[in-house]
Design a binder for this molecule. Structure first.
Ligand SMILES: Cc1cc2nc3c(=O)[nH]c(=O)nc-3n(C[C@H](O)[C@H](O)[C@H](O)COP(=O)(O)O)c2cc1C
Length: 167
């Protein structure tokens, strides 16, 4: 692996993702937020990689597809009401940072932002995307539980360029 991601940051991210969700930030004019509940870490193409499933109907999908980069900001204090509200509105209609009273700070390595109100941050660059196709879903239960409206996820496989803490 080019760089080793400290395991404690991987487990913290997965734990918070599972518990309440984390923020995924993409775009820059203005940057947009998505509440992310699912993701996987590993090594692919000899790089540290995060896989994030984003449904193609999200505004965030358009932004990641355009810029091929995003950050993940992990709350270290209770931001659950912002995470819930973030899910109910779209960056197509509102500036979510303003609406949620969250504060954007420039990312270090890419042309987007992190959430200053969070303590742990990952900067990511997309390497590969895999759009789900209904006929490729082997497990019928998954198809019936998550994709009855065919609003499939796209799996973005991204190199983790940087991991750091702020507060
Ligand atoms: C706890 C939680 C986890 C979520 N996880 C995901 C996810 O993994 N992928 C996804 O596409 N949407 C997920 N969503 C829904 C998006 O957060 C929501 O639709 C998004 O904020 C839409 O914003 P946008 O149109 O500005 O991109 C989740 C919502 C919640 C409440």
């Amino acid at each position: 692996m080019d760089k080793v991601i400290d395991e404690k940051y991987v487990s913290e991210t997965l734990r918070v993702m599972e518990h309440s969700g984390v923020f995924l930030v993409s775009g820059n004019n203005p940057p947009n937020l998505l509440t992310l509940g699912w993701g996987a870490f590993g090594k692919i193409w000899d790089k540290p990689v995060i896989v994030t499933p984003v449904r193609y109907t999200r505004y965030t999908y358009d932004l990641i597809d355009k810029y091929h980069e995003f950050t993940i900001s992990v709350p270290r204090k209770d931001l659950s009401s912002a995470l819930i509200r973030c899910d109910q509105i779209s960056g197509r209609d509102v500036d979510k940072f303003k609406e949620l009273n969250l504060h954007p700070t420039r990312a270090q390595m890419i042309d987007t932002y992190i959430v200053a109100d969070c303590g742990l941050h990952l900067e990511c660059r997309v390497l590969y995307k895999a759009g789900m196709e209904g006929f490729n879903i082997i497990d019928e239960k998954i198809k019936n539980q998550f994709y009855t409206t065919k609003n499939y996820h796209t799996m973005f496989f991204s190199e983790i360029l940087a991991v750091y803490t702020t507060v």
